[in-house]
Write a protein that binds this ligand. Structure first.
Ligand code: UT7
Length: 300
C-alpha cells in the first residue's frame, strides 16, 4: 500500500488542563505527569462531518487528486451522530464523490484506523484509490463531571489517500470481546488501569510481530506511529522494543486521546513537518475498546 497524501482537521476551541481543573477536581500537574496531555481541541461549532470533510479535502490536495479519483471510503469512528447515514456516505455527498464507490464506517474504537487501513488494503484493486479516515467527536460522549476520563479525550479528524503498491505491507490484529473495561454506551466508561495494562501488553508485542513478519530489525524502523492515549504507554512500548522514544511520533500534548482519529492526525502532522519522509519504514499501531489491537508495517 502506498500513502498518496494525508490531511487533518481539528476544532478551533482549545481546552487546557487549567480550564479542566475549574470543572473537576484535577490539576495540570496530575494530567501532565500521568498522561503527557497539556490541552485538547473540543468542538463548539464544528461537527464530526465538517471535520472529516476538511481532513479529506486536505488529503486530496496533498495527493493532488480530485474527488472523482476515489473508489473506496472507509471512516473509522465510534462517534458518528447517527447509525445511518454513515459518515462515509455523507462524505460521498459533501465531497462530490462518484456514486459507483464502496463507502462505509468501521467501528473498532481506538484501533479503528488500523483496522480500516487493513480493510482498504484487502479491497483495493490495481488502479483504485481509497480514502481512509479516523474521525471522532469524543466530547459528545465524554462525562465532564468524571475526572478519571474527561481529562483524556479530544476531537479531530485525519485522512489518508492510499493506493495498492508492490511495496511490503504486513499486519496483525487481535480482539478480546470485553463489555466491561472500555465502553461507550452512551458515555465513555473506562477502567483506566486495566486498559493501561492491556495496552502495555499488546502494543509492543503487536509491533514486534509485524516487524518480524517483514524480516527487518527493530532498529531499522524509522518511525512508530501509535494511537495517542498516554505518553507512559508509548514510553513502555519503546522500552520493550529497545528503541528511543524519539522514534515515536507524538502529538498527545496538544490533542489528547482522539480515539480512531489519533493515528491519522499525528501521521499528517509528522508528514507535513518533514519528519516522516518517502522511502522510510514505518510501523502503525492501535489499541483500545473492544478490546482491539493491531499493527501494520509499511514501506513508503
Ligand atoms: O484510547 C483507549 C485506550 N485508553 C487508554 O489507553 C487509557 C489507559 N489508561 C491510562 O492512561 C491511565 O490509567 C489513566 C491516565 C486513565 C489513569 O492513570 P493511572 O496512573 O492509572 O491512575 P489511576 O486510575 O490508578 O488513579 C490514581 C489516582 C486515584 O486516586 P487514589 O485512589 O490513588 O486516591 C484516582 O482517583 O488518581 C486519581 N485520579 C485523578 N486525580 C486527579 C484519577 N483521575 C484523576 C484526575 N485528577 N483527573
Amino acid at each position: 500500500m502506498q500513502i498518496l497524501g494525508t490531511g487533518r482537521a481539528v476544532p478551533q476551541n482549545i481546552l487546557t488542563n487549567d480550564m479542566l481543573a475549574k470543572m473537576v477536581d484535577t490539576s495540570d500537574e496530575w494530567i501532565v505527569t500521568r498522561t503527557g496531555i497539556h490541552s485538547r481541541h473540543i468542538a463548539t461549532t464544528e461537527s464530526i462531518e465538517s471535520l472529516a470533510v476538511v481532513a479529506a479535502q486536505n488529503a486530496l490536495a496533498a495527493a493532488q487528486l480530485t474527488p472523482h479519483d476515489i473508489d473506496i471510503v472507509i471512516c473509522a469512528t465510534v462517534t458518528n451522530e447517527q447509525a445511518t447515514p454513515s459518515l462515509a456516505c455523507l462524505l460521498q455527498r459533501d465531497l462530490g464523490l462518484r456514486e459507483d464507490i464502496l463507502a462505509f464506517d468501521l467501528s473498532a474504537a481506538c484501533s479503528g484506523f488500523v483496522f480500516s487501513l487493513i480493510t482498504a488494503q484487502g479491497l483495493l484493486q490495481p488502479g483504485q484509490r481509497a480514502l481512509v479516515l479516523g474521525a471522532e467527536l469524543l466530547s459528545k460522549v465524554t462525562d465532564f463531571t468524571e475526572r478519571s476520563t474527561c481529562v483524556l479525550f479530544g476531537d479531530g479528524a485525519g485522512a489518508v489517500l492510499v493506493a495498492p503498491s508492490s511495496k511490503p505491507f504486513y499486519w496483525t490484529t487481535g480482539v478480546r470481546g470485553d463489555a466491561e473495561t472500555l465502553t461507550v454506551a452512551p458515555l465513555i466508561h473506562m477502567n483506566g488501569p486495566a486498559v493501561f495494562k492491556f495496552a502495555v501488553e499488546v502494543l509492543a508485542a503487536s509491533m514486534h510481530n509485524v516487524i518480524t513478519q517483514a524480516g527487518v530489525e527493530v532498529d531499522q524502523i524509522d518511525h512508530f506511529v501509535c494511537h495517542q492515549a498516554n505518553e507512559r504507554i508509548l514510553a513502555s512500548a519503546a522500552k520493550r522494543l529497545g528503541v528511543p522514544l524519539e522514534k515515536f511520533v507524538m502529538n498527545l500534548a496538544t490533542h489528547g486521546n482522539t480515539s480512531a482519529a489519533s493515528i491519522p492526525l499525528v501521521l499528517d502532522e509528522a508528514v507535513r513537518d518533514g519528519i516522516i519522509l518517502p522511502g522510510q519504514r514505518i510501523v502503525i499501531a492501535g489499541f483500545g475498546g473492544g478490546l482491539t489491537y493491531g499493527a501494520i508495517y509499511l514501506e513508503q
